[in-house]
Ligand binder design. Sequence first.
Ligand SMILES: [Zn+2]
Length: 418
Amino acid sequence: MSRFYDAVKERMLRYARIDSQSGTVTGPGPSTMCQKDMATELFAELKRLGVSDIFYDESACVVYAHIPASPGVTSEPVAFITHMDTAPDVSGHGVHPWVLEAYDGGDILLNREKGIMMKAEEHPMLKQYVGQDLILTDGTTLLGGDDKAAIAAVMTLAEVLLTQPDFPHGPVSLAFTPDEEVGGLARELDLERLGARFAYTLDGDHVGWYQDQTFNAAAAALDIHGISVHTGTAKGLMVNASDLAVEFLYMLPLKEKPQFTSGVEGFYHVCSISSSCEHAHIELIIRDFDEDGYAARLEFLGSCAEELNRRYGQGSAALTVTEQYLNMGQILSRYPFLTDLLQRAITDCGLEPVCEPFRGGTDGAALTFRGLPCPNLSAGYENAHGRFEFVPIQSMEKNVEILLALCRRWAERDEYFK
Ligand SMILES: [Zn+2]
């Protein structure tokens, strides 16, 4: 049992019991007030740990902490950012986390009373964790390891840095943010207050994995205008917008859909369709890692709308495109040391670093475009956003080690910043 085992376990169990589920973002401030319970818990804990520079922006629900460099180290500050909310997909209220020690590889009975079983064959990733200790749910709620497993690691890092002044590290900033799960994009994170020019978010599954790429992403809406005429006298006059909507759907490449793509493959995804004879409305999203590929996809959609106009007359189809976020890799590639140091830190801890493009958006992507380059390091949870979510305690311990190694690497590699 390593030296961080008890610390990360106690923290994860404590945080999981705090309901901090996010909801629909409606205005400034967090989407749900319960996220503030998590913020006040972390604020109090940082105080107990002896962090002297802490700030809780209550209206934005963001907690900041600064840990000064160890004596004699003058390196560039680095920030670690984690999110306090849990996903709204399933209940995050009344979470009852429990620990299964030395997992034997079999099915796991989550809830005897309700007969809820987690079957090994339905969750093949369980195999990787045979012999490890898992924090699980009672099968009725999510666990909130996303992203509390990361918070447990970061808080333990803070504790180590404060209690071991000899450990070489530069200034470390921490920020805990709300509403990541509902597209909050860390909008209210005050970069000046954060006090670092570079950061890492901690989120995602599989310990030792990291991400420095996200999609280029847009949302599009296609409005189709038909001509409604009484069906009895429609011949030669009616243009049924529903038919045009179907024509449009068949113009989209059949295999370029989320269910047929993985890795760095992009896609079109139809989110919703509503239609009548008079009017049809189609909402879709477009995703592509490659800048040119992304531009080509938007151009293609435009040409589909044009084709409908050519077939049925100008004004039949109108496309509007709204950019959502861009691939952070475009910017991160200018700062290769960020992923270089991360890879070295993961290797230092005996793991093979795995870089996987993020097939979604992240707070880090938004922050990168706001001027805070910000790759993502996995938090090590599994099966996020569901009742079968779990966190191996050993993964959180490993993340504390990786964060420490990363701090040490930053302290040593000051030449990057000269
Ligand atoms: Zn997350």
